[in-house]
Design a protein around this ligand. Structure first.
Ligand code: HEM
Length: 140
């Protein structure tokens, strides 16, 4: 069997790590934007259709959120060592925003009021986009 040194494998492992993180971000962030855009059409299909679409999306988005946290921790282990203060502060803010995004998405899912739905939904979407942008800056 070929004996590959770890240094040779590192770019491939980095590729897997970042691909998984970005793929999960496309589902969590892009999915929220896409579902928000489809709501008016879903409404025309039936009173309960937006809720059913949202529930179906939740079955995809929460696993993606878990993958984001798992691969996020993997990112820190892989590239966190020796990073400057700016990077560390940005990471701290990003993690707080990720928590805010998750909390808002959860509240969006359980709220009964229309105002709550709109408010928590908008906050979840905005915080998720902010986390994505911060991730891009962290990656440099
Ligand atoms: C809503 C959740 C999240 C989203 C949308 C998100 C999105 C992203 C994106 C788009 C990138 C840049 C990829 C690139 O430019 O190649 C990134 C990088 C990064 N993310 Fe996240 N992320 C999330 C959660 C997390 C969490 C929870 C952590 C830490 C526990 C984390 C840590 C990192 C780190 C350290 C990088 C830089 C990786 C590197 O330079 O190799 N992310 N993230």
């Amino acid at each position: 069997m070929m004996n590959l040194p770890l240094a040779q494998l590192t770019p491939a492992i980095d590729g897997v790590r970042m691909s998984l993180h970005v793929l999960a971000a496309t589902v969590w962030v892009g999915g929220q934007l896409t579902v928000a855009g489809l709501v008016p059409t879903a409404r025309r299909l039936g009173v309960d259709a937006p809720r059913q679409v949202a529930r179906a999306f939740a079955r995809l988005s929460w696993p993606a959120y878990v993958v984001l946290i798992g691969t996020g921790i993997w990112n820190i282990v892989a590239v966190g060592k020796g990073q400057g203060t700016t990077w560390q502060v940005l990471l701290g803010v990003k993690v707080a925003i990720v928590v805010l995004a998750g909390l808002s998405a959860w509240l969006h899912g359980i709220t009964k009021s229309r105002v709550g739905l709109a408010l928590w939904g908008a906050l979840a979407g905005t915080a998720s986009v902010a986390a994505l942008v911060m991730g891009v800056f962290l990656a440099g």
